[in-house]
Write a protein that binds this ligand. Sequence first.
Ligand SMILES: *Cc1c(COP(=O)(O)O)cnc(C)c1O
Length: 449
Amino acid sequence: MHTHPHYSQSAIDELSRAYPLLNPLMALTPVSWFNPERQPLEQALTGVNLNADDVADAAARLNRFASYFRAVFPNTRALNGLLESPVQPLAAMQRAMDTRLEQPLAGTLMLKRDDLLPVSGSIKARGGIYEVLQNAEKLAIKAGLLHPSDDYAKLDSDEFRAFFGQYSVAVGSTGNLGLSIGIISAKLGFKVSVHMSADAREWKKARLRSHGVNVVEYQNDYSVAVAEGRAKAQNDPCCHFVDDENSVQLLLGYAVAGQRLKAQLEKQDIKVDKEHPLFVYLPCGVGGGPGGVAFGLKLAFGDAVHCVFAEPTHSPCMLLGVYTGLHDSISVQDLGIDNLTAADGLAVGRPSGFVGRVMAPLLDGFYTLPDEDMLNLLSLLARQEGIYLEPSALAGMPGPWRVENEDQGYRERMGLTPARLARAHHLVWATGGGMVPEEEMAKYLAAGS
Ligand SMILES: *Cc1c(COP(=O)(O)O)cnc(C)c1O
């Protein structure tokens, strides 16, 4: 178990004198912060023992499993058994946002549709599913049942389900990670337990139970669900715990998105280089999803890609950790911030220290926004484009305007001239919403209009 320092009121006062942005953060006022410590990619990678080969290895593993996906999830056949989502322009939404924010965006707004990812309808279908596959492959190879050159469709058999049934998988989750890991683990034959925080939606728990998943409920927030799940799994050598706060495998699974996006943009004749910058806006909870995707994007596009994380005003954990350099040794609750948000995928009070340390020199910035904005944007996007997302997935939408309005010298430092910004693409990562039941969506739409 981790132990965490306790902060007295005088320690918090001292901290907020050294880090003045903590004052508006504690007042729940939306803030933007552009990272003065951002380093060129080469330099930032020197302290990291993960590289492009590790990500290529993860991509190759997903390719090996493609025939299994074609066999057991028929809706992945159109994509040849890969879990990938489209990128689309958002012209009507861009005009509506220009009006709403009273400022025309110079570049082009686009949306990455991870809400359409097969199997679980969220970004968690990248990292979460990858880690389960990596573990399954390792077990089967070790037992002499599988060879990397085999056709992995053979995993869809009673023999393999019985084999995996000797093992279990566990995870702590606010919802979507549990859905992804629960569904794929149960499909392969693993026994699986999902430890759900209090903010997890009822329908997500019901969906998991219908797949035969053991759902363990907590009255506490996400960090407690993770800690309890981790502690229970530690006593069981046959249990693999997917540790959302510390997992290299999760990060690699998410990072595969980088090369895939590069190929998609090339197909659409969208250039990315110093003269044609790409901005990507990623909603952030504990950090694994956006951190992994951003890591993959940096490897794929180098310094031409600019990654910005978005968090709710009530759960700004990664901003807090990176801005103060305290990472996972401080939580938003330490500052008296309640971690209560309608954006359930982002309801995390303490960030991943692993992700924060790897990504701190690579990220361009962070901003926070109130729940009300996410809900309003949810309904605006539905009206303008007929696209239905969950609240968390809207966190990235105001990002391009935050960049264009910043007054911290960031654009100048990065050489982001007006001419370059006019050629920029701004990609908002729509992290989820594909599995939200209609009656839940109706509630979101009503709340946002
Ligand atoms: C989990 C999640 C995120 C954030 O991912 P983290 O790995 O927790 O940072 C963002 N949006 C949605 C919809 C999610 O489910």
